[in-house]
Design a protein around this ligand. Structure first.
Ligand code: HEM
Ligand SMILES: *[C@@H]1O[C@H](CO)[C@@H](O)[C@H](O)[C@H]1NC(C)=O
Ligand SMILES: *[C@@H]1O[C@H](CO)[C@@H](O)[C@H](O)[C@H]1NC(C)=O
Ligand SMILES: *[C@@H]1O[C@H](CO)[C@@H](O)[C@H](O)[C@H]1NC(C)=O
Ligand SMILES: *[C@@H]1O[C@H](CO)[C@@H](O)[C@H](O)[C@H]1NC(C)=O
Ligand SMILES: *[C@@H]1O[C@H](CO)[C@@H](O)[C@H](O)[C@H]1NC(C)=O
Length: 489
């Protein structure tokens, strides 16, 4: 018996050993695959490092979390965020690579809660053909020719409506005024709502509740902001749906050649999206177009209040435009005037660079990806931190300094490689197939608002307030300012 056993073992020993070796080698190999995962720590189970990642910080910095992680691990590191293994990238080259390979190697992937509140057909959530169709509609709506022939006037109208309501020597919250402006503009552009009507005011109120839910933890429990926001979402959707029904009746009454200049009319006429899809599209455009550009305007007001030289140069630029229009008897701004606002464009770029309205994007890897020695496994979340390069001293000299003049060095002079620096590192509107479709409108809004602001008013901050990244950018006190009328023109 005993002998037999020994024999058996001796017999099988070589194959057992071989199996063992094989298993070890296999493990080795897997480890070798994972050896070049970016460095980093996965933190606590499930929560990972999410809480530290989301801790608010000054919007003109990359925050303590990012700083300490980059110092320890480099610009690309692994972590566990929003409940998933994640690669965080503060590397502009990798970020561009990620955004440009949308749909091939990477795909837009926002947390489930975003889809819950913005809707499963929201443009931020859809991918593939559905995304392409919706993007076409929004591109159509924000085309250069519409900006020139239609939106510019509308932007100026809405700007004047807000600025003229300011009383001399009064103090108010600049952020609220900027929100009023961008909301009225989007409501008009999307559904032809007039700013003075009661329904617009009511929609605005619902929208505020809705927004609070978008940015709060997704806890669907009684009394939470998220639950209230879901309720607001359905109220808003009912409102939009009512508008849609009215519009359909009107379209039928007026026959096939009904011309409507808003997104609702266009989507009804030229697309075969379902009602549910149009509702989500409209809600997501209202969201994308209103929150971001109002923060950008508040940031410009904030940065300019600390740079009298920039305000001075802006005033000269806009006074020149205004005087020349007066000579010609022109009462409204047009596209030629907009093209003359050169220094203003530098101020806008500098505001977006330093303020970073959108700080990082949500993607996931569709395949195992290798990039410059880093390995990103399929299925992992990937967060391109587009703000990192904007605040990197190796890319922008003295990055925490508001210096619009830095943008003037790029105009073909031999001063340096500013122009490649910009195309390679400056990405306030994202990039690739999901590049913001509203970027030109956003700049137009900022420029026209700044035009009338510097010509009509002087302003100063009241008390101290500054922008924080929550990570959505916000002034906790609403940016209180005191204004004084100017009589320049
Ligand atoms: C300063 C203001 C703005 C900033 C900083 C900004 C930034 C961005 C960024 C970074 C993205 C990419 C999101 C991603 O790739 O996951 C984006 C997408 C988008 N933005 Fe903007 N945006 C601004 C204003 C606007 C405006 C005024 C509109 C107009 C309605 C708009 C409409 C959109 C839409 C529809 C998308 C989705 C595009 C797509 O998925 O194909 N944005 N925006
Ligand atoms: C702008 O407002 C004026 C009245 O304040 C109005 O006559 C004009 O039609 C408006 N323009 C646009 C493009 O809505
Ligand atoms: C409308 O739907 C049909 C079939 O679902 C599709 O073939 C067509 O391309 C769609 N048209 C547009 C404009 O999206
Ligand atoms: C602002 O940045 C854009 C890139 O987003 C660039 O094309 C443009 O030339 C810049 N404008 C100025 C005045 O530097
Ligand atoms: C380049 O920028 C300088 C200001 O730094 C300006 O004086 C000059 O006109 C600009 N040149 C062009 C071609 O835009
Ligand atoms: C411009 O870029 C080239 C290569 O990208 C580099 O060799 C050169 O030193 C740069 N010039 C300046 C002034 O930064």
């Amino acid at each position: 018996m005993f002998h037999f056993h020994t024999q058996l073992i001796v017999c099988f020993l070589p194959s057992l050993l071989a199996l063992f070796l094989f298993l070890i080698l296999l493990r080795r190999n897997r480890n070798a695959l994972h050896l070049d995962l970016p460095p980093g720590t996965m933190g606590w189970p499930f929560l990972g490092e999410t809480i530290a990642y989301l801790r608010p910080y000054s919007a003109t910095t990359i925050g303590a979390f990012m700083e300490s992680h980059i110092k320890r691990y480099g610009k690309v590191y692994k972590s566990n965020l929003f409940g998933e293994p994640t690669v965080v990238s503060a590397d502009a080259g990798l970020n561009r690579y990620i955004l440009q390979n949308e749909g091939r190697l990477f795909e837009c992937s926002y947390p489930r809660s975003i889809g819950g509140i913005l809707g499963k057909w929201s443009m931020l959530v859809t991918v593939g053909d559905m995304h392409r169709d919706m993007r076409m509609i929004s591109l159509n709506f924000l085309s250069q020719s519409r900006l020139k022939n239609h939106l510019l006037k509308e932007v100026e109208n809405q700007t004047l409506l807000v600025l003229r309501s300011w009383k001399d020597s009064s103090t108010f919250l600049a952020q609220d005024e900027a929100k009023k402006f961008t909301f009225n503009l989007m409501a008009k552009h999307i559904m032809s709502l007039d700013p003075w009507k009661l329904e617009t005011e009511m929609l605005k109120k619902e929208y505020v509740t809705f927004m609070k839910g978008v940015i709060s933890p997704p806890l669907n429990l009684p009394g939470t902001p998220y639950r209230r926001a879901l309720k607001s979402r359905s109220t808003i959707l009912k409102f939009i749906e009512r508008k849609m029904e009215e519009r359909k009746l009107k379209m039928e009454a007026e026959g096939g050649d009904f011309e409507d200049d808003d997104l609702l009319g266009w989507a009804l006429k030229h697309s075969n999206l379902s009602t549910e899809q149009i509702l989500d599209l409209i809600l997501s455009l209202l969201f994308a177009g209103h929150e971001t550009s109002s923060v950008a305007i508040a940031l410009a007001i904030f940065f300019l209040s600390g740079s009298p030289a920039a305000v001075q140069q802006l005033t000269e630029e806009h006074l020149e435009i205004s005087r020349s229009n007066k000579r010609l008897g022109k009462t409204e701004l047009d596209w030629d005037d907009y093209k003359k606002m050169e220094f203003t464009q530098s101020v806008i770029n500098e505001t977006l660079r330093l303020g970073n309205v959108v700080r990082f994007l949500h993607r996931k890897a569709l395949k195992d990806v290798r990039y410059r020695g880093y390995f990103i496994p399929r299925g992992w979340k990937v967060l391109p931190v587009i703000s990192a390069a904007h605040l990197d001293p190796l890319v922008f000299d003295q990055p925490h300094h508001f210096n619009p003049w830095r943008w003037q060095q790029m105009n073909g002079s031999s001063l340096g490689n500013m122009s490649t620096t910009i195309t390679n590192n400056f990405m306030p509107f994202g990039g690739g197939p999901r590049l913001c479709t509203g970027s030109e409108l956003a700049k137009l809004e900022m420029a026209i608002f700044i035009h009338h602001l510097v010509l009509k008013y002087q302003w100063e901050l009241v008390g101290s307030d500054q922008a924080f990244a929550y990570p959505f950018v916000d002034f906790p006190k609403g940016l209180p300012i005191r204004i004084r009328h100017r009589t320049l023109v």
